[in-house]
Design a protein around this ligand. Structure first.
Ligand SMILES: [Zn+2]
Length: 91
């Protein structure tokens, strides 16, 4: 269990690095791998990774590059370039 969680964390960090370098496809591969491990072990994704990945296309989101972030009615609305929106409570 702990090892799975660590692998997910690691993949999240790799996804972030890849996305920052403009390697969007590689970042997506890491996001997908992290999601698969999470599902298999019935873990939830770390909040950071959940919020910076798109549920529809698995992109690792970088606001200003491939995602827009707005606040609306006390929520944060993240819009991926693919058109998917995600709303989170403001915190
Ligand atoms: Zn998307």
């Amino acid at each position: 269990m702990k090892i799975a969680a660590e692998r997910i964390e690691r993949l999240g960090a790799l996804a972030k690095e890849a996305a920052a370098e403009g390697e969007t496809e590689r970042a997506r591969t890491y996001v997908r791998r992290a999601r698969r491990i999470a599902e298999r072990h019935r873990l939830s994704l770390p909040r950071k990774l959940k919020r910076f990945s798109c549920d529809a296309c698995d992109s690792y989101l970088i606001p200003g590059r491939n995602a827009r972030v707005r606040t609306q009615d006390g929520h944060v609305v993240v819009t991926c370039d693919c058109g998917e929106h995600a709303r989170y409570p403001y915190d």
